[in-house]
Design a protein. Sequence first.
Length: 315
Amino acid sequence: MPQPYNHSNYTACLPPHWQARASAKPQATWWPWRDMTLHIARAPNPEAPVRMLILHGGGGHSGALWPAAALAADIGYDVLAPDLPGYGQTRVPDPAAVRYSDWVDCVADLLRAETAADPRPLIVVGASMGGLLGYSAIARAGAPSVTHLVATCLLNPADPVTWPALSRWGGATSLRLLRPLMRRLGPRLRRLRVPLRWLVPMTRIANHPHLSRLCSTDARGGGGRVALGFLSSFLFSQPEVAPEAFHAVPVTLIHPGDDHWTPAGMSLPFFDRIAAEKEYVVLARAGHFPVEEPGITQMYDTLQRLYQRYTAATL
């Protein structure tokens, strides 16, 4: 039986010297959205010149990404990390009805709300599937205080190069055969919720064996269930704008260098086409969920450099 884990279970997977730096504890806040109540974990810092919003992907939640959030707080950011509908502690009256378009709408509305309430520069960080989610939400929101997108990958399901990562059974070949069936799912099958690990290769989420098991058995994340309609809506989704037309914010791709789930070759075709200012950073020897050295140090250094850049811009 999957069980829920909290942020400390994930922080314990960091190298010891980083565990000491990731000392910030999440403060639970709640934001009403549609008929849902979104849980948003925060490390507030009213004096911080720059804010950061961290987005999880499929099988994640704010607690799973809290190690990254706590390290961002250590740098000096004011940090928030929402649990997207269907994951974490967010309250959803009908989980079977959640679709990927709801995620994009939710994050875009959250960006509008947060930037309307607080004009400080806001950097969006998207992990895994959260990378392209952040990209589309920024393009849709048009929120002026959003200043930068950082992504660990940019997985575009419209591109067949990404399909080996999206199916546990037979990779790209099985997805090529299943896509016509997924498009024709009836209303009842779309509401059917099945364990996520039955469908996608969750064991590849981390190279760290304990962390991989943790992610795959966490009831609030990868150990939970997902509606077939959500998966279908993601598989047939399109980015909010074509990369050649994306000028909203600079983009930094911090791709793990030893990612066994979504290797860099799945992200670079999309990233290379982005028209905005961009930078590619390889997190050396790090897995899809990057906790290994020197990748985690390179991630910290990149976030610190962006903090200094946007702090200087506010002076």
